[in-house]
Design a protein around this ligand. Structure first.
Ligand SMILES: [Zn+2]
Length: 61
């Protein structure tokens, strides 16, 4: 199962959707290139008990 989260690029402030494999559960960290400026963004995704997805973005890649 897959879902999308919307992240805001820390470089250019554009928001874009990133595909997340929710069956993995727990915390996931992955790198995705911004669709607008193409810079690599580190995305930390966490799932809570209610199935809500929260994500943080980092430039530390
Ligand atoms: Zn960007």
């Amino acid at each position: 199962m897959e879902d999308y989260v919307t992240v805001v690029c820390p470089f250019c402030a554009a928001s874009f959707a990133v595909e997340v494999d929710v069956t993995g559960g727990g915390d996931q960290v992955f790198i995705s290139d911004c669709e607008v400026c193409c810079r690599p963004v580190q995305i930390h995704v966490a799932f809570d008990e209610a199935g809500e997805i929260t994500c943080e973005v980092n430039t530390d890649v």
